[in-house]
Structures are given as C-alpha cells and as structure tokens.
Design a protein. Structure first.
Length: 505
C-alpha cells in the first residue's frame, strides 16, 4: 500500500477512479536514483529524489515510486564509534573543558577521542556524534527484484489497495471465488457470500465501517485485492467514503497487472496462525480431525463459509458411519449490522456450529439461544476452550447416536470387540452393552459367533501349552484367552516362570 497522502484518484462524474500509470521511464529514473546513491547518506538521496519530483508531471507519482523502493531498501548507521557512546564521551569532555568557543570544542573532542581504544580521531568522533539520525543513515543496498516494469505493476496494485482503504463495502464477483474466500477467511475480514447468476458474489465490509481496529483491519482489507486480481475473470465494485461523500469505485480484470513478486510488507501471518492452531490442536490427540477448507453452507438466501470444521471420529472407527462434523466460526471484527447478519445466518442453518465470539460483542447468550455452542475469547481463541466445548459436543453426539442404535445388533464379522462395534456406531461401549446380539455370544468384551467357538473347541485340548493355545485362538481372531478358555471349560495351570498348561476345570 501507499500512504494516503500519495493517493491519486479522479472524481470525475462523481466516481472514484485510481489514476493508474504506465510511466516506465519515470519508474526507471527513480530506481536509478536509488542505485546511484548506494554508499551515500539518506539526506543526499532525498535531495536527488526531490529533483526527480520537480521534473515529473505529477510529483505524487514520483514520490509513490520512491515510497515503494525505499520500503525495500537497506540503510545502515556507519560510524567509527557507537553514536550514543560518542555523545556521552563528548558531553563529559565538554563539561570538563568548559566549552564556549571553537578552540575549546576541538580540545573537548580530542579529549573525548582519547577515551576510546584504537586510533579514533577527533574528526571521526565528531562524524559519529549524530550518525544514527535518520537523515545521516547510509543507503547500503536496493532490492534487486525491482525492474521498472515490476515497479509500475506494484505501484498500480498499491494505488488500488490504498483507494480501497476508505471503502465501506466491496462486492467482488467471480465465477470461481474460492481463492478469494480463502484469503478473506485467513485475513479475518467481515464478509458474506451471495449466490448470483454468474457464480457467487463476495460482499466485504470495509474498514471505514468499523468502530475499532480500523488501521489493522484496513491493511488486511487492502491485501485481499491481490487474491481477487489473480483470477482470470473478476469485477469489483466498492462504495468509498471520500471525506464524507459517498463515491463509487469500480475495478475489473485488465485494469492493472498483479506483479509476480510478493511485497515484503505483505507478511504471510495468516496461514501461520492457522498452522499454529492446527498443530496445537492435533497434538492433543482427540477424536476430532481439524478440517482446513470446510463446506459452503446454505443460510437462507446467503451462503456461509465457516473458518474450520471439526470431524468427529470415534476411537477405533474404520468407517464413515460414526463420523459427524461440527463447523467452527470465529467472530472477531464487527459492526452491529454485521453481528445482526451473522446471527441471522446462524438462525437459518441447520448445521451444528461451534462459534468463537469476541467477549466485547456481548452476544454469547444470543448465539446459545440458537442451539449453537459458544466459546468467548479476548484477543485470541485458546485451544483448551475449544477442546472443552468439543468434549461437550462429543457427549451430545454419543448420546444422539446411542438413541439411534437398534435394540438388536448383528455385526457382519464373526468376531468383533464391543469397543470396535461401539466405535462403528459412534457411541460408548456402555451404550451397546445391554443390546441383544442374536447371532453372537458375548465372551468377555468380545462378540463371537457360536460356530467360531465350536471350531476353537476342536483345535485345543487339555495338556496343551498356553503358548500353543494362544496361537490357536489368534488364528480365529480371538485375543482374550482368559474369557474364551473360561467359556469352554478350561483353566491354565501355571508352572513357575516356564509358562502354563491347559487343564479341564
């Protein structure tokens, strides 16, 4: 982005039109000025840039180019001694000498220089006194990624971003807005997705409509333009508050090019936040999988794209029969109108939602009244609060699934543990213990068809070693030797540490 004082727009016809440029020559001259002043003080560079501005048709354009290049330039303090130490030594020496004229100043500088190791001269000390002031910093490098054409492209994108900073609402239409929605979600912007004839329209609430965090939100808001402009076919319409006057801004594919290089200032903190949350959550080893790109949900005549989804998979489940999704929505930046729209969306969706809501909004009870779980937060959402809510939801899911389990269960497998059968139905073991199993016998904590027990009875006999018996049981998929042997009328006679022998009861 540019600073707002560098914004160049036309207000012809009551509109708000960014003044894009193709002045590659001016961009090249600005770049050349920077490159020609490597090794010189910032003050000399600024004097040279003022000459460029004076010759340019629009000084704001030249200054805008310089702003972008300087943002990536490297300046350093060059001094024989640390400027702060030099000032302290000079002031102490001046107090000792009692400086009132030029000769006494030289004597004080000589005395101060003698206090430093090495051969520091009075002139070097004098040059170091204020070397850390901004205008005396030395330009030591200019980012080599810039070419004149890339600088022009970055300027046009930055100009459009700056023009959007004062938008109250932006509508972006695209046949496939998935990348845009993903960027909007990562940036935490206030939005709606509206179905239209040509696809979907993403409606964003601009920073000028917020009561707080306007600067931070506005910076994020401007960044989303890059995601929109990277698609082949897009159109943007914005309502801009131009110092109290409402104006219309329109942009479309072809108005400007998106540079391939990513601006240094455009930090990728968004995906980092997601990765950190995902890593901390997944390390807990719960029966919930975090889904990064959840479904688009219907909410009346609008669409809703939750931030995350949690997918419940009961421990040991190998099928999708016991899975369920809980969608996770985070409400952060807000306006009263946005909150009202969100509450209306929550009213009109039948999906199970977990909503993290900023405590300052004071709408936690309203959301709970809509049968959705609420996690209130201040600053950031704590994973442990989410986990606590998910555990409550897990209990609800198990209870709901238990009510759906029939009174009689007929597993397909000849041998299946109660734990695996419970996981298959998404319930606890206690929820199926009292069910009827017409085709299986309950042996310990395992369901076994009678035919399997008959086969086992033929494979084992009294006098066999325990290890041989366990091998025979394993061939039939049975691992609870104690329960099976008791059921068949055998016991194990232990022989010290050498193992056991099968005996009749």
């Amino acid at each position: 982005m540019l600073t707002k004082d560098l914004l160049r727009v036309s207000r012809a016809g009551g509109g708000y039109h960014p003044q894009f440029t193709d002045d590659v020559a001016l961009a090249a001259r600005v770049l050349g000025t920077f490159q020609g002043h490597v090794g010189e003080a910032r003050s000399a560079l600024r004097d040279a840039l003022e000459d460029v501005e004076a010759d340019a048709a629009d000084f704001k354009l030249a200054r805008g180019f310089a702003h972008l290049v300087e943002r990536d330039a490297t300046f350093e303090v060059e001094a024989a001694v640390d400027p702060g130490s030099a000032r302290r030594a000079a002031f102490n020496a001046a107090e000792d000498v009692g400086v009132v004229d030029g000769e006494e100043r030289e004597r004080a500088l000589d005395a101060a220089a003698d206090r430093f190791p090495g051969d520091v001269t009075a002139d070097e000390l004098a040059a170091s006194l204020y070397a850390d002031r901004e205008r005396r910093e030395v330009l030591v490098g200019v980012d080599a990624r810039w070419t004149p054409e890339e600088l022009v492209a970055q300027y046009n994108l930055s100009l459009a971003q700056t023009a959007l900073f004062d938008a109250t609402e932006v509508r972006v239409r695209s046949a496939d807005p998935r990348s845009l929605v993903a960027a909007v979600k990562r940036l935490g912007l206030l939005y709606e997705v509206v179905p239209v004839d040509a696809g979907r329209e993403v409606v964003l609430t601009g920073p000028d409509a917020l009561f707080r965090n306007t600067r931070r939100y506005g910076t994020r808001f401007a960044r989303v333009l890059r995601a929109a402009a990277r698609t082949d076919d897009w159109r943007l319409e914005a309502t801009v508050d131009d110092r109290g006057t409402e104006r219309s801004l329109e942009l479309a594919a072809g108005d400007f090019d998106v540079p391939d290089t990513e601006p240094v200032a455009e930090a990728n903190f968004d995906s980092g936040v997601e990765r950190k949350f995902a890593a901390r959550f997944e390390a807990l080893g719960l029966n919930w999988d975090l889904v990064r790109e959840p479904d688009v949900l219907a909410a009346g005549d609008r669409l809703m794209v939750p931030d995350f989804a949690f997918e419940y998979r009961p421990a040991g489940s190998n099928s999708s029969g016991g899975t369920a999704r809980v969608y996770f929505e985070i409400m952060g930046f807000w306006t009263p109108e946005y909150v009202e729209k969100k509450l209306d969306q929550l009213d009109q969706t039948d999906e199970r939602l977990l909503v993290a809501v900023d405590a300052d909004l004071g709408v936690g009870e309203d959301i709970s009244a809509r049968d959705h779980r609420v996690v209130e937060y201040s600053g950031s959402v704590r994973p442990k609060d989410v986990v606590h809510a998910l555990r409550d939801l897990e209990a609800d899911l198990v209870a709901e699934n238990a009510a759906d389990v029939p009174d009689e269960l007929v597993p397909e497998a000849d041998v299946v543990s109660l734990a695996d059968l419970a996981a298959e139905h998404g319930v606890s073991e206690a929820a199926i213990e009292d069910k009827a199993f017409p085709e299986h016998d309950v042996v310990g904590r395992t369901l076994v068809r009678p035919g399997v027990l008959d086969d086992v009875a033929e494979d084992i006999e009294a006098g066999m070693s325990l290890s041989a018996v366990e091998s025979a049981l394993d061939n039939h998929g049975l691992d609870d030797a104690s329960a099976v042997l008791s059921r068949l009328g055998y016991r194990v006679e232990w022989e010290g540490l050498d193992g056991g022998t099968l005996r009749d009861v």
